[in-house]
Ligand binder design. Structure first.
Ligand code: SAM
Length: 382
């Protein structure tokens, strides 16, 4: 994997997370980061406090500090992703920039208002961008906003979101297939539709979803199929809902298992907050049986600490299609399960998770099947 980046004339070493990713063609920055940093260097070199939204692996935070020869810049990095924040800390250290003023905020925090420049890496999820722009529309003062992304991902609707929430935008020419959007905050006080809620079919539950949650507008079809194959009974199992999203899997498990304890884990701050709200609102008497953890898969979980891991794994990391997160989830589930414990997953049939589980656990049973999905169960032996 290429790790040597040149941003604003500075050479930086930038690693993508997780570090042991197999796909060597993926890197930790892109041409939109390069374009953005070059523009800031030319037009906003005097900024003292920059707010960065959605910095993938810390490339922007590192480059902004590298440009600041006075060592007086503060960077506030606002991110929904735990993995992105860990990568940012790692890359700051890797480039000896860890002592610079960097504040990491999660995506449900209040934004600092004393900033003099705001930069946005356009997220894949348009609703999440709208949520972030609605936060910017609460600013009382006019602060320049520069957004960057792949030209093909900047649509008329993207620009409309800017004009709806903040000032009418203009755009740059495309360079290396990336484009910049120029706007500024305006005290418009626009609200957005998030969080959204909907009734969970065949139950009395209502599911709340923050803006950046997977399948936030309706039940995921994989999760719907998986719901038919959840455990039930009175055993006091220690269950993990791994990659919990809005928590629909763990919530239904709690309802079917009166004595179970469930740990909800996701790397998205908005997912963990949604899952927590969904237990508090739907099964308040079970909150005491739950934990809500923002983590990179099961990193740091104690070995032998779970009886059952339930998982509907992701096959994307931001824009990249990849199975490395699913694999990491399976490996860490095996480490976390007690001997005799079970990992139960759902996957698209074409992803062939069965082969992966057989390789890792030495056994794998198909417990449910339709044209699109397979539900698999594997047991930790020995
Ligand atoms: N369980 C929910 C459902 O069935 O609707 C969501 C499943 S969605 C396919 C996969 C989830 O994995 C997403 O919520 C995503 O944020 C989460 N995820 C992605 N990478 C992760 C990581 N490294 N660690 C923990 N969770 C991750």
């Amino acid at each position: 994997m290429t790790t040597e980046a040149v941003l604003g004339g500075h050479t930086l070493t930038l690693h993508r997370f997780p570090l042991d990713q197999k796909n060597r063609s993926l890197q930790a920055w892109d041409s939109a980061d390069e374009y953005l940093i070059e523009h800031i260097q030319n037009e906003h070199a005097n900024a003292k406090h920059v707010l960065v939204l959605n910095d993938g692996f810390g490339a922007l935070s590192c480059a902004l500090h590298a440009l600041d020869t006075q060592n007086s810049l503060k960077v506030t990095s606002f991110n929904d992703s735990y993995v992105s924040q860990q990568a940012c800390l790692y890359n700051l250290e890797e480039n000896e920039l860890e002592s610079r003023q960097t504040e990491l905020l999660d995506s449900l925090s209040d934004l600092p208002s004393d900033v003099d420049l705001i930069v946005i890496k356009i997220p894949k999820n348009a609703g999440f961008l709208q949520y972030q722009l609605s936060l910017l529309s609460q600013f009382e003062n006019d602060v320049p906003v520069i957004a960057a992304g792949k030209a093909k991902e900047i649509h008329t609707s993207t620009l409309k979101s800017f004009s709806h929430f903040i000032a009418e935008p203009s755009t740059s020419l495309a360079v290396k297939k990336s484009r910049l959007i120029f706007s500024q905050t305006k005290p418009k006080k626009q609200t957005c539709k998030f969080p959204v809620s909907w009734p969970l079919e065949k139950t009395e539950f209502t599911i709340l979803n923050h803006a950046n949650v997977f399948s936030r507008d309706s039940l995921d079809i994989g999760a719907r199929f998986f719901s038919n194959y959840l455990p039930q009974g009175k055993k006091p199992l220690r269950v993990i809902d791994l990659g919990c999203g809005n928590g629909v899997i763990g919530l239904q498990t709690l309802a079917k298992m009166p004595n179970a304890k469930v740990t909800f884990v996701d790397e998205s701050a908005m997912a963990v907050a949604s899952a927590k709200a969904n237990i508090e609102n739907n099964l308040p008497e079970r909150v005491q049986d739950c934990e809500f953890v923002q983590d990179d898969c099961l990193t740091g979980f104690s070995p032998n600490s779970a009886d059952l891991v339930l998982c509907n794994p992701p096959f994307h990391q931001a824009q990249a299609i990849t199975d490395h997160i699913a694999w990491q989830m399976f490996v860490q589930a095996k480490q976390t399960l007690r001997s005799g414990g079970e990992l139960r997953i759902i996957g698209n049939r074409h992803l062939d998770y069965q082969e992966k589980l057989l390789r890792l656990f030495g056994n794998c049973k198909v417990i449910g099947n339709n044209k699109k999905f397979t539900v698999l169960s594997t047991t930790k032996r020995g």
